[in-house]
Design a protein around this ligand. Structure first.
Ligand SMILES: [Zn+2]
Ligand SMILES: [Zn+2]
Ligand SMILES: [Zn+2]
Ligand SMILES: [Zn+2]
Length: 491
């Protein structure tokens, strides 16, 4: 029997929200939920409508929409829409660039949601009918008219589904997806979206206290306590990228989830001491620039040195972030290799006098470097100098220190970074021992920390699907832990 350790409450601020109905341990399963519908995200390049891998020029022989092959063509995920498209002879229109986003696919997930409603009207009534869709706010957005063409008109008129689904109902389906869907990885690791009616009730906080894991065979979600909780504590999920700075998170939440976040992290100019938004003052030596009111995007940013008094506007700060972020995004497009490390190091160097060392921009680069040192050509773990090993370890610790505040407890990111941290610690200790810098006893002592890293990584990542990259890392952590313990006994 699945766990159900929550109650649904209601108030004016959050609407419906979830609370723990008993004291919970860290890692304890609170509930599981099956998606009501799964499908491509909006604005996605052509992908197989069954397994979601990217496709090029391969179309379903029956309906003419993208699938990767005969097996996916006949899969149950694609069956219902395949029948509709075949019967009205509405085919996917050929595209020239198969890597560019294909708005034609925007209709798929709304259609699947509507088909799921027909199939399970009881669950729709109980769990989806009352979902918040923010119609008024959405009608003001440019996306509304785009959706009217690509989704509402397309399904109602072009695909002749008006008898089954009214225009208003299709609009509602779009709203449910826009406001309530979460991004999940597909079996092949591509990004898709799904609606989990129960998970969607959890309120947002930029410091979440629950974590969710997606199982790959049926996209079931498992929701766990990230930290110990008391009976009655609200369950908080985060809808934003954990390491984004406040301005970017709040903008995203307002744009896509239609609310102004005023959580403790958003309210604090230092982001709870993590300094993810903190910028160095260019006019004095020791000052940093912080927002005078992070809940107001227009508020001034002020130097912390009283004698300096340097000020700048919220909009200038936003603009500067966008410019630098665009530069950093280019780094993510680099092929893995020595260049990917060297260009990131150069970017860190370029901006070290602009941002606090733990600013979002720098910490994201450091996070990437923490994963790359030891893993790319000419920087494999055996080739790293002690200085580079120290650097990998330093970046891992910096990220862990930040994560402990903003996503406390056990979560995938922490598990993955703990796994990364074990390697430099182990190599540094062995290198020092091999040149006689430390004794055998000291070596044994020093290997305790990487052992702990691996044990924690294994515990956290064993909750992930074994087919996912995180789940696989968990299995490798378990093996490495055994090997390290055995080598310790042999010393
Ligand atoms: Zn496929
Ligand atoms: Zn088909
Ligand atoms: Zn917040
Ligand atoms: Zn200053």
């Amino acid at each position: 029997m699945a766990a159900k350790h929550y109650d649904v409450l209601r108030d004016d601020k959050y609407g419906r929200y979830l609370v723990a109905n008993k004291d919970l341990d860290s890692g304890e399963l609170i509930f599981t939920d099956l998606p009501f519908a799964v499908g491509p995200k909006a604005d996605t390049p052509p992908l197989c409508l069954s397994c979601y891998c990217p496709v090029e020029n391969t179309l379903c022989s029956r309906c003419g929409w993208p699938v990767c092959g005969a097996q996916c063509e006949r899969s149950p995920q694609h069956a219902a829409e395949c029948e509709i498209f075949s019967s009205v002879k509405v085919r996917f229109q050929p595209v020239t660039d198969w890597t560019a986003s294909a708005p034609q696919l925007d209709c798929i997930t709304p259609l699947r949601l509507l088909l799921a409603k027909e199939k399970d009207s009881e669950r729709w009534q109980k769990e989806l009918e009352m979902m918040e869709v923010h119609s008024e706010a959405r009608q003001q957005r440019p996306l509304w008219s785009v959706d009217q063409v690509n989704i509402v008109n397309f399904l109602v008129v072009h695909c002749k589904l008006g008898d089954r689904f009214s225009k208003e109902l299709v609009e509602k389906a779009c709203g449910i997806l826009e406001v309530n869907a979460v991004e999940i990885p597909s079996r092949g690791g591509f990004s898709i979206r799904a609606v989990y009616p129960r998970l969607a009730i959890a309120a947002h906080s930029c410091v979440p206290n629950i974590v969710h894991t997606i199982l790959q065979d049926n996209y079931k979600v498992e929701v766990r306590a990230a930290i110990p909780m008391k009976q009655g504590d609200p369950l908080h999920l985060s809808y934003t990228h954990a390491l984004s700075p406040t301005i970017v998170r709040r903008e995203y939440l307002l744009e896509s989830k239609f609310f102004n976040c005023d959580c403790p992290r958003c309210s604090d100019p230092t982001e709870l001491g993590t300094h993810l938004s903190t910028v160095k003052c260019s006019k004095c030596d020791n000052g940093v620039i912080l927002s005078t009111n992070p809940l107001d995007n227009e508020a001034q940013w002020l130097c912390t040195e009283k004698t300096c008094g340097f000020k700048t506007s919220g909009s200038a700060m936003r603009k500067m972030l966008s410019v630098v972020q665009a530069e950093v995004d280019l780094l993510d497009a680099l092929e893995p290799g020595p260049q990917a490390i060297e260009q990131r190091e150069a970017t860190l160097n370029k901006y070290k006098s602009v941002f606090h060392p733990r600013h979002s921009i720098l910490i994201c680069i450091k996070y990437a470097l923490a994963q790359m040192y030891g893993r790319v050509a000419t920087y494999s773990i055996d080739e790293l100098t002690d200085v580079m090993l120290e650097r990998k370890a330093e970046f891992c610790r910096l990220v862990l220190k930040t994560l402990a505040v903003i996503i406390p407890g056990d979560n995938r990111m922490r598990g993955m970074i703990l796994y990364e941290l074990h390697a430099p610690l182990m190599y540094l200790a062995r290198n020092e021992y091999s040149i006689g810098l430390i004794t055998k006893e000291k070596l044994k002592d020093r290997l305790q920390e990487p052992i702990q890293c691996l044990a924690d990584a294994e515990r956290i990542l064993s909750r992930e699907d074994p087919q996912s990259p995180e789940g696989m890392t968990g299995l490798i952590a378990a093996q490495s832990l055994e090997q390290l313990k055995a080598s310790l006994d042999a010393i």
